[in-house]
Design a protein. Sequence first.
Length: 537
Amino acid sequence: MAAPFLSSVWDRKAKGQAAPPKPRQLIVMFTHYGCITTKWFPVKSHGPLVASDLVYTLAPLQPYVKKLLIPRGIRSMNEWTSDNRGAGHGLGQGNDIHLNNSASFFTCQPVTPNSNDPYSFDSSFKFNALPIGTSLDHVMAQQLSAKGIPLFMRVGNRNDGPQSAISFVKDSGAAPDAAAKMFPGLGTPMQVFSELTNLLKPGQPMSPDTYAMTRGKRVADLVKASLADFERQDMSADDRNKVAVWKSMINDVGTVASNLCSKDLADQLGATANASATISNISNAITPELDGADMYSVMAVLAASCNYNPVTILKYPPSYVYNGIGVNADSDNLSHRLDNAGLSGTCATNVLDMLRKIDTYYATKFAKLVGMLDGIPNGDGSTLLDSSAAVWFQDSSDGEARNLNNLPILQAGSCGGYFKTGWTINVDPGNPGDPNLTQGNSEAQCMPGGTNMVNALAKETGTDPKLANGPINKYFYNLMNAVGVKGDANGFPKVGGSAEVTQFGYSDLTTDFCGGFGAVAGATIHSPGEYTALKAT
């Protein structure tokens, strides 16, 4: 069984030698279809944050306001636009409105095969294209993780396809325009728990320990003697408390995991359209405050606590029906403000209320993750959250416009003091430091008493494309440098490198993606280097 990261034990065993640095963790929560930006963003876009700045959607994060960072004015690459007619037109490729957003989000790469016809349904490849590069999680894990891969969890166990996948690996030696492969990760907490404890072996004969767990025996009891020896070591009061927290968490989760080992966890989480159960079915499975989705977050916290993997992804499902919170329609359709997958029509009844429920649900899940990280002490007065960067990313800004500028990004934790926290910081290159950057226009349609017609192609609910265009690549450099990823002589991340990371991806200008790989002359990283404004001084 992996032991928690206990600094005082290591310090005292070092007998006066310098203590090893705290491992820095990146934990990403990713959700689809953007949000109601007018209820998500604080009114203030630059300056110190106070609890009263976090209203509506982000209210659950108020207790952690001093440990939050909201980078404002950022755009991701390869935005689908209706006027895409190849190189020189539009803001990205013409493949698919979902695929472009997801496939290019963490790769910053165009997809292949390319389509310049946004409306064609005849070319099946436009829905099955793949990016031509490796995604951020793998680039980081190849340098930092013992196995060379991230801990990637699909919350709800929904399988991804090209229209929703975000994690990709490209074979070494492949041609520059060759496609990467989708990385599926792990779908159930049971799989992750098995990775962490090495007790449960899905698909293998049941061991005595596994049998004991299925009979209700606690994980800590299975290694009682070894754990007692471990606890007799000379350690600080903070670390003793950390062991107690860790034991409680792993025992609770182990009991739940073993109880579910013979059931269809996907159905329990409502991960299929016709499932009779919903995500709230196991709301009391761990504690009264944790639901099924939180089980995955618990696994992420356990992994971070044990330094099992410094790169963890929690990916929430696409096209999901959140019955458990009273939303009985597909999240993708609702993001279009409709009851179907079209781009125009009549607003679905109470659609903004349902979207705000989903947004608040996600914020509550992120707050729970942040709270668990902040509840585990490092032994030096800081917490596991302080040595981590937990980041909530969304695939787009407003879900109807599907615009990629003015992205909602929320970070918790300074990653060992690398980042400035307790701030919202506007890095929009057109007007950096502006405290009045727009919150977007998400309520421009479907408001009570307002227009009842949807026109997604007009992008009325999005943000003016001239605003909030700081490339997301630069924020990725921040994250990579914060956790210790190294670059080559040109600043691109490279195993065995020794320089800071200053470049990543195909380009940091979304119009360079029009027409696909090589279609725009001079496609490159135009602005190398991270956002220095986000760093602690």
